[in-house]
Design a protein around this ligand. Sequence first.
Ligand SMILES: NC(=O)c1ccc[n+]([C@@H]2O[C@H](COP(=O)([O-])OP(=O)(O)OC[C@H]3O[C@@H](n4cnc5c(N)ncnc54)[C@H](O)[C@@H]3O)[C@@H](O)[C@H]2O)c1
Ligand SMILES: O=c1ccn([C@@H]2O[C@H](COP(=O)(O)OP(=O)(O)O[C@H]3O[C@H](CO)[C@@H](O)[C@H](O)[C@H]3O)[C@@H](O)[C@H]2O)c(=O)[nH]1
Length: 477
Amino acid sequence: MFKKVERVVCVGAGYVGGPTCAMIAHKCPGITVTVVDMNAAKIDEWNSDKLPIFEHGLDEIVFAARGKNLFFSSDIPKAIREADLIFISVNTPTKTYGRGKGMAPDLKYVESVARTIAQYAGGPKIVVEKSTVPVKAAESIGCILRDAQKNCPELKFQVLSNPEFLAEGTAMRDLANPDRVLIGGESSPEGALAVEALVTVYENWVPRERIITTNTWSSELSKLVANAFLAQRISSINAISAVCEATGADVSEVAHAVGCDTRIGNKFLKASVGFGGSCFQKDVLSLVYLCESLNLQKVADYWHGVIEINDWQRRRFADKIIAELFNTVTDKKIAVFGFAFKKDTGDTRESSAIHVSKHLMEEHARLAIYDPKVPKSQVLYELGLQTSPADVEKLVTVYNDPYEAAKDAHAIVVLTEWDEFTTFDFSRIHASMRHPAAIFDGRLILDQKALREIGFRTFAIGSAPDQAYNLFGTSGY
Ligand SMILES: NC(=O)c1ccc[n+]([C@@H]2O[C@H](COP(=O)([O-])OP(=O)(O)OC[C@H]3O[C@@H](n4cnc5c(N)ncnc54)[C@H](O)[C@@H]3O)[C@@H](O)[C@H]2O)c1
Ligand SMILES: O=c1ccn([C@@H]2O[C@H](COP(=O)(O)OP(=O)(O)O[C@H]3O[C@H](CO)[C@@H](O)[C@H](O)[C@H]3O)[C@@H](O)[C@H]2O)c(=O)[nH]1
């Protein structure tokens, strides 16, 4: 029933759908790939010279394949009709209303795509969940598709789970050389054929031993668990960063010493002002909600601790800034360096910068925000959602020049680990600031000693105040 895959469609032209399909088109010249989206403006951008998202290496691949075997279109019915295999790669944000509000993922977009496929398929299709979904979501998609089969016997569907593990900022590298590709499917002969059809697509560039096949529910759950484990490592080291600050241990040294144990490993142990991004919080909350729904409250509480520590770390950092600026930031200009949730992306979803900025705005600080990739409109939009447009208007200015942002500021707060921040002329910056001038490094990227020699008061996550300089007390938190 499922022949060799020649036409792939991806519904959802976002951070996952765009780069993933660009990579498939690049690696599989024999496959025609069409990416569709209900947002026509976004499709226009994908068809333009300025793509809607920034990832190293993405432009080159898209510009080379576009119009040959890679297409971006708003004609969803046509694309679905012509496809052999359809990726569902739409957003699954945390619900903001109703049952499961603030915890469960909103599956309305996934369901809507399933219904559209049911309506326009016209023949056999392999439907692949690429979106991150709770366990058993494939069952709901299958149910909608099976219902359509009742009136149209030529329709045949197999639903697979194929979660995506790319990280933003390194998406093209991750896609070109994944640690693993995970495919879950039914154990029936038809299911096995569908799994094999998708394996064949990935085999164009991923070694077979790195393609893992499992049952559908293992695949869906593994995605949530992978993100929960990664987020847990960050919360673990961030919890330890507080112990370091109180004791004179240094969190980078501790992370290095601990991470050298090959059983633990050295990745995802960088202390920070808290993890951000569209995935970690959403997916850990989704796991917590799942556990609660299964009456596994102890397990739910355990994973919820990861989120609690993350919120606490953001708050703790903001409180430290306020305490060290003599317990008041009212009307003080504070330069914020970095607004994206991590370097090498313009994405601000759930960025810790939003939360730290919000806490400082509640204390009436005047924020001067600089980020090399995040547009002004996006900064104002994100902060407007958290506070009020009037407060944003009054308290926030977005700068294109970091030196202007720092001029006359009482402090600089580093919230994203952009490489360029380490290249700034901090002597020049110090000279232009109000004194005593302070730097709060929430990403551990700056040379504290060099900054102190220039004359800055410094604070870095996870390191105790330098006793030789004795610039900060231990008060405040
Ligand atoms: N962003 C990441 O780094 C990442 C990595 C791995 C997995 N994921 C998961 O992948 C999924 C997609 O994430 P994303 O970051 O690409 O989201 P996104 O918001 O960037 O893109 C989703 C796109 O889907 C479109 N869409 C929604 N409903 C639609 C419909 N019914 N028909 C057509 N188009 C529709 C939206 O217009 C949007 O352009 C999520 O489940 C996410 O958790 C994301
Ligand atoms: O040691 C570390 C590593 C990361 N972070 C922060 O954690 C957040 C997430 O970073 P990262 O995981 O690199 O980026 P994402 O794009 O959110 O990718 C995660 O979420 C994706 C969506 O599910 C998954 O596909 C990826 O595998 C998973 O890494 C960012 O704010 C980072 O600054 C730290 O604070 N310390």
